[in-house]
Design a binder for this molecule. Structure first.
Ligand SMILES: *[C@@H]1O[C@H](CO)[C@@H](O)[C@H](O)[C@H]1NC(C)=O
Ligand SMILES: *[C@@H]1O[C@H](CO)[C@@H](O)[C@H](O)[C@H]1NC(C)=O
Ligand SMILES: *[C@@H]1O[C@H](CO)[C@@H](O)[C@H](O)[C@H]1NC(C)=O
Ligand SMILES: *[C@@H]1O[C@H](CO)[C@@H](O)[C@H](O)[C@H]1NC(C)=O
Ligand SMILES: *[C@@H]1O[C@H](CO)[C@@H](O)[C@H](O)[C@H]1NC(C)=O
Ligand SMILES: *[C@@H]1O[C@H](CO)[C@@H](O)[C@H](O)[C@H]1NC(C)=O
Ligand SMILES: *[C@@H]1O[C@H](CO)[C@@H](O)[C@H](O)[C@H]1NC(C)=O
Ligand SMILES: *[C@@H]1O[C@H](CO)[C@@H](O)[C@H](O)[C@H]1NC(C)=O
Ligand SMILES: *[C@@H]1O[C@H](CO)[C@@H](O)[C@H](O)[C@H]1NC(C)=O
Length: 470
């Protein structure tokens, strides 16, 4: 019996017949399971990180560098052009128009000619976009751990979140380690590092609402640039991380007792919108941190932001913990108005796979009151970015969700306040466009844009907020 070494019984009762180089499993007659112990393949290391950083607003010295990264600016905006020369040339006949490069392989596609993918940025656009996504992964990693470390088991249980739910949040934090590692490897030595943060929440429900909102602009911020990347191979990796983020967003909605996905399409938004919403929650970043090119718009407050903690979520006045994300505050919600205290189906909002809200958080025709800040304020890491806009006074609210941008006029514009009316737009018949956690943007022009040229709005944007429409 050349090569025979030993026959051992594994924990499941299967015998392993081990030869010189490998083991063969021989099931024990009474037990059908076969269990191998495969050699552990070595895994690439995680990027260096801290599970929970220090927290609170930035109190350090005045930054020496301020403002977004910039170089020569060639023009104030990108002119709109007609479609490219080949946009209409492919004939949509359902037939093949060119020889197949290989069996079962249609001609065309990008990255299909056999050249080896190299997962590196190919342009400033790529680098700045991935660096923004990395800033987002870092805050999520910290935020998910921070909530678990900050609130007690009793506080989580009071919000209806069990030990299993908390483990899911812990697992989400681990996912962020992976995402931060991936993007750091793509960006190389100057990749932005983990920072310290400051969150606008003081209890579990505010925390879950903030997570739900933060992951919304994390997800949508990437959808906005993914298909514009020069490096499609990098886009492939990013897609595979952002689809995980999308699941996190939905899970936080479920933790909040919201209808998990009240839309048919998830929206994509420009990088500067995501950066404007993210930067206020970063207190400080390490010395020599790589800076970003993106704009920080002034703060916009939705004074009657719908409050998902209420039975009648739309009946509110200034119940947020601040502008930008406009996260819910539970401070003034009395026990009888609190949907967590109801057992009624359609009213109860404890964590669940799905919840009906028989009284919707918002509705077409709702009057929405707005207030905004002036530009020129220090914000973001080390207060080293400055809010700005090229707009003097906004005239429109843009409701940006699903595949649509719908403008409504701002009324009674004075003293940095105005109101507007929630529109009644459908993406397709049967799919009201305004629902879920979406973007409400103040502009000076009702510029027509579609999902792939939405960043053309930027020179006309005054400020960006998240609206909790459902
Ligand atoms: C955006 O794209 C649409 C076509 O999808 C076009 O009609 C519109 O003019 C474009 N907007 C700008 C500002 O480029
Ligand atoms: C194959 O496609 C890549 C882009 O994906 C391009 O850079 C390369 O030049 C192409 N190679 C050949 C042989 O056509
Ligand atoms: C930001 O502030 C911290 C704390 O004062 C400091 O250690 C760090 O070097 C600063 N970062 C930058 C990029 O200036
Ligand atoms: C920051 O950059 C300066 C100048 O390149 C260098 O002297 C210093 O060591 C760097 N600091 C860190 C923490 O990397
Ligand atoms: C909202 O209310 C808080 C007090 O709860 C107040 O500090 C803040 O200024 C108000 N915000 C606006 C925009 O009115
Ligand atoms: C949930 O809401 C839908 C749509 O309004 C309604 O058709 C359905 O009956 C509701 N289900 C329950 C259990 O309330
Ligand atoms: C959002 O969708 C939910 C679920 O279909 C629905 O109950 C609610 O009325 C919708 N809200 C708005 C603002 O359309
Ligand atoms: C919104 O428009 C649809 C038709 O597209 C109509 O059926 C519905 O009644 C309208 N809702 C409101 C509140 O006006
Ligand atoms: C919403 O987007 C869809 C898909 O692009 C488009 O067909 C529809 O016309 C848009 N609706 C409005 C009101 O702009």
């Amino acid at each position: 019996m050349v090569g025979f070494r030993a026959s051992v019984l594994t924990s499941s009762g299967a015998a392993l017949l081990c030869l010189v180089s490998r083991c063969l499993a021989i099931p024990v007659v009474s037990d059908a399971t076969t269990t191998f112990t495969p050699p552990a393949a070595s895994a690439p290391p995680q990027v260096s990180h801290t599970d929970v950083t220090s927290h609170g607003p930035y109190t350090g010295p005045q930054p020496t560098t301020t403002g977004a990264l910039s170089t020569n600016v060639l023009a104030p905006s990108i002119p709109a052009l007609p479609p490219g020369p080949n946009a209409y040339s492919y004939k949509r006949t359902g037939k093949l128009h060119a020889p197949e490069p290989a069996p079962y392989t249609p001609s065309g596609g990008d990255g299909t000619n056999g050249s080896a993918p190299v997962y590196r940025p190919l342009s400033d656009f790529d680098y700045e976009s991935i660096a923004l996504a990395l800033y987002q992964e870092w805050i999520e990693l910290d935020l998910f751990h921070w909530g678990l470390a900050t609130f007690s088991v009793e506080e989580f249980e009071k919000a209806g979140l069990t030990a299993e739910d908390r483990f899911l949040i812990e697992f989400m934090a681990d996912q962020e380690v992976g995402h931060a590692t991936l993007l750091t490897n793509i960006l190389g030595a100057q990749a932005p590092k983990q920072c310290t943060y400051n969150y606008p929440v003081s209890n579990v429900r505010e925390y879950i609402d903030f997570c739900q909102k933060l992951t919304r602009f994390g997800e949508s911020g990437v959808y906005g640039f993914l298909n514009h990347l020069n490096a499609h191979d990098v886009g492939q990796l990013l897609l595979q991380s952002i689809s995980t983020e999308a699941r996190q967003q939905m899970i936080f909605r479920q933790f909040e007792g919201l209808f998990p996905m009240p839309v048919w399409f998830e929206v994509g938004v420009p990088q500067s919108w995501a950066w404007s919403l993210l930067a206020p929650y970063i207190s400080s970043c390490p010395e020599n941190q790589t800076r970003l090119i993106w704009e920080n718009y002034p703060e916009v407050f939705i004074l009657n932001q719908p409050n998902p903690a209420r039975i009648d979520g739309s009946d509110v006045r200034n119940e947020t913990t601040g502008g930008y994300t406009n996260t819910l505050s539970t401070k003034d919600v009395s026990p009888e108005d609190d949907c967590l205290n109801s057992d009624e189906v359609g009213v109860n909002c404890s964590p669940g796979i799905t919840r009906n809200r028989s009284q919707p958080l918002s509705y077409p025709g709702r009057q929405v009151f707005l207030k905004w800040d002036d530009p020129g304020k220090p914000i973001g890491p080390n207060n080293s970015y400055i809010t700005s806009t090229s707009v003097k006074t906004p005239s429109f609210a843009a409701w940006v969700n699903q595949l649509n941008v719908t403008y409504t006029p701002l009324e009674d514009v004075s003293d940095n306040t105005a109101w507007t009316i929630q529109p009644n737009t459908s993406t397709y018949a049967g799919d009201p466009a305004v629902n879920g956690t979406m973007f409400l943007v103040l502009t000076d022009l009702d510029l027509y844009v579609t999902p792939f040229n939405i960043s053309q709005m930027n020179p006309h944007v005054y400020g960006v907020a998240l609206y909790q429409s459902g």
